[in-house]
Design a protein around this ligand. Structure first.
Ligand SMILES: [Zn+2]
Length: 310
């Protein structure tokens, strides 16, 4: 078994960075739990410990003591950045060689994360070094990941986007698994468009594994209650045969972080010719919006957008 310590930064009396209605300690705990669940459900040979799995105060010393006492193979510390920048960066202890366990783990995670950065147009701030306690006092390879800036509005909107959190969590888990040569990952049960429910499954675990959301699975399968799935049930995971894209017809069209026409929901603008995969159409007040695969929402009015079957 590969012993993996996942370290959700801060917690308890220490909220970490705060901004835009978010607290770092909550976001990083959410991500760390998802990484743990993906490692446990999609890979073989992972033995995972968390330095905290609730909102409690844990000293830096206690975190590294735990990993050293257990004889962990790797230590992955998960944080959210602050200070007015934007993007992703990751850290190892200064002066380590490129073949060190820390560098190998960092490079593997960085490669997986880069795919998520390009999907969302997020800036890659690069591979960095720092003399942080958790990097210095751990006896095993150790990395510290800083995804997005909690005090930057565009970054905070992504942090609030469940699909982004699933994507970055999966990238972390896949990067860890590849660095440790864990098997699994590519061998999902089912053929990718349907999945047969197995003992112990929950809809939220299935959603996480297939990088979708409970809401999408409920809609695709006409489930009246997300708790009613049963072993042997065949669920539609993605409607790949009938996938639709929305094509933008005008410049400066708003995309929204939630299904609301309120100005506070605007997450950015898109321009004529841009295309996005539609997850579903939903009524919003007396008009309609499309939920996009990115987790954002856009008007469904044919004045502003066309729809194309792909
Ligand atoms: Zn932090």
């Amino acid at each position: 078994m590969a012993k993996i310590v996942l370290d959700a930064g801060h917690g308890g009396t220490d909220p970490g960075a705060v901004g835009n209605g978010l607290e770092e300690k909550k976001v990083v705990l959410d991500i760390a739990k998802k990484v743990r669940d993906i490692l446990n459900s999609s890979y073989n040979g992972a033995s995972v410990q968390m330095t905290r799995d609730t909102d409690k105060t844990v000293s830096l010393q206690a975190r590294t003591d735990q990993a050293n006492a257990w004889g962990a193979d790797t230590f992955v510390s998960i944080h959210i950045n602050a200070g007015g920048g934007t993007g992703y960066e990751d850290y190892i202890y200064p002066g380590l060689s490129g073949t060190s366990n820390s560098a190998k783990m960092r490079n593997s995670i960085h490669t997986e994360v880069t795919k998520v950065l390009s999907k969302y147009g997020i800036r890659n701030r690069g591979k960095k070094e720092a003399n942080f306690h958790v990097l210095r006092e751990t006896k095993m390879g150790a990395v510290l990941l800083e995804t997005l800036f909690i005090d930057t509005v565009a970054d905070a909107n992504l942090i609030k986007n469940a699909t982004y959190i699933n994507d970055i969590s999966k990238a972390y888990a896949d990067g860890i698994a590849k660095a440790l040569d864990l098997s699994g990952g590519g061998n999902e049960p089912g053929d990718g468009t349907t999945y047969t429910v197995q003992t112990g499954d929950t809809l939220s675990a299935i959603a996480l594994r297939f990088n979708t959301t409970v809401e999408v699975l409920v809609a695709l399968n006409n489930l009246s209650d997300p708790n009613t799935i049963y072993v042997g049930q065949v669920l539609i995971i993605s409607a790949s045969s009938g996938t639709q894209m929305v094509i933008v017809k005008v410049d400066n069209l708003s995309v929204r972080s939630r299904p609301s026409w309120d100005a506070s929901a605007i997450a950015g603008t898109v321009n004529k010719g841009e295309a996005f995969t539609i997850v579903r159409k939903l009524p919003v007040d007396d008009a309609e919006m499309y939920e996009l695969k990115s987790g954002l929402y856009i008007t469904a009015s044919p004045v502003y957008v066309d729809v194309k079957n792909v």
